[in-house]
Ligand binder design. Structure first.
Ligand SMILES: Cc1cc2nc3c(=O)[nH]c(=O)nc-3n(C[C@H](O)[C@H](O)[C@H](O)COP(=O)(O)O)c2cc1C
Length: 369
């Protein structure tokens, strides 16, 4: 194993990546507000970051029902597909690879984003989180439980978005199944109180994610399909409970049977002390799931070059994803390679509009390396 495994090539599914550094998905609210079409600015921003071995583009709503964050992009209209084509062309021209993250926000959406309609979820449990609407941040509301017809339609919406992603020139897709969004709402026993086959025990609650994976695989070969998933400890109904870990273990073990291109797993972003997830703090997350999932594992959260190199050298990860560091450092790969200092994020412009704090962070000039 070389001294800096982060900078060695890797074959993920059917993609040759030039290094092991992944840009983690980052919602940045720069899509067009009215029709959720990605902009030329987004193409420029992603192309600036194309030296990453792989870019996982920001969460992309699979449907109007799945849309749930102001100024985020979609992937259900032809114009959105054309907008994404501009982005993927720019990244490819710069020598990069980019996949789309398929996103249904479920109960994290808000009536203000849905023409007054309640958001849809597994059950009518208010997730007690924050929705980001055009008017700003507001508390979530109790969603409406999906009918079985709506579940079927939603599964089909994932498949359509995956198909559209390929038409738009993406190198693959990643299904968003962690955090607080729709698939996590189905998996979590505190937000899924259903008594039909989509609820109940661990198997029932995971039916939705497997139907989604299978529908996506009908459209896109497994070597191009990954999942972001993992146990988390958040607030309200998303506080870790006694089934959070067994649920994640079951889902991740079963996902191993589909021959997927990758799994992206976040380490803890909150303090797990005193929760059932306590043994998974720090590298514990990757140590725990590495033997459970046999495919490519992308480790994420609070990485630096030293930790990334070590995780790969120890066999705990194949690739390492950086989220926040890519915001202010378009040339993050170069900086990590040279041990150059990292620029700081201006948090006031992270969820903003326009180029400021988005595409205007400079790369290091040669003389300052
Ligand atoms: C501004 C911002 C936006 C994010 N948007 C997304 C997103 O759209 N989809 C997602 O799965 N994770 C999202 N995340 C989480 C990141 O992908 C990543 O998992 C997290 O920031 C931890 O990695 P880091 O420590 O390298 O930042 C976001 C994080 C930040 C800071």
């Amino acid at each position: 194993m070389p001294a800096q495994p982060l900078f060695t090539p890797y074959r993920m599914g059917d993609l040759d990546l030039s290094n092991r550094i992944v840009m983690a998905p980052l919602t940045r609210m720069r899509a067009r507000s009215d029709d959720h079409v990605p902009t030329a600015l987004q193409a420029e921003y992603y192309a600036q970051r194309a030296t990453a071995g792989l870019i996982v583009a920001e969460g992309v709503a699979i449907s109007p029902e799945g849309f749930g964050w102001a100024d985020s992009p979609g992937l259900w209209t032809e114009e959105q597909v054309r907008g994404w084509r501009r982005v993927t062309d720019a990244v490819h021209a710069a020598g990069g690879r980019i996949i789309a993250q398929l996103w249904h926000t479920g109960a994290i959406s808000h009536p203000d984003l849905r023409g007054g309609a309640r958001p849809l979820s597994a059950s009518d449990v208010d997730p007690m989180q924050i929705s980001v609407t055009a008017a700003g941040r507001v508390p979530t509301v109790a969603p409406r439980p999906m009918t079985k017809d709506e579940i079927r339609r939603t599964v089909a919406d994932y498949a359509r978005a995956a198909r559209n992603a390929m038409v738009a020139g993406f190198d693959g897709v990643q299904i968003q199944a962690n955090y607080l969004y729709l698939l996590a709402q189905f998996l979590n026993k505190a937000t899924n109180l259903r008594t039909d086959e989509y609820g109940g025990g661990i198997e029932g609650r995971s039916r939705m994610i497997f139907e989604v994976v299978e529908a996506v695989l009908d459209e896109v070969e497994p070597a191009k399909v990954g999942v972001k998933i993992g146990p988390m400890h958040e607030t309200g109904p998303f506080a870790a409970n006694d089934e959070t870990l067994p649920m994640a273990e079951y889902a991740i073990r079963e996902l191993g049977g589909y021959g997927l291109s990758h799994l992206l797993i976040m380490g803890n972003t909150t303090d797990f002390t005193g929760t059932p997830l306590e043994p998974l703090m720090g590298d514990g997350m990757f140590r725990h799931f590495r033997p459970i999932f046999r495919g490519t594992l992308i480790a994420n959260t609070d990485m630096d070059a030293e930790r990334g190199n070590r995780l790969i050298a120890e066999g705990l990860a194949d690739l390492v994803a950086f989220g926040r560091p890519f915001i202010a450092n378009p040339d993050l790969v170069e900086r990590l390679k040279n041990g150059a200092p990292l620029a700081e994020i201006d948090w006031t412009t992270v969820y903003g509009s326009g180029p400021k704090g988005y595409s205007d962070y400079p790369a290091l000039q040669p003389e300052s390396v």
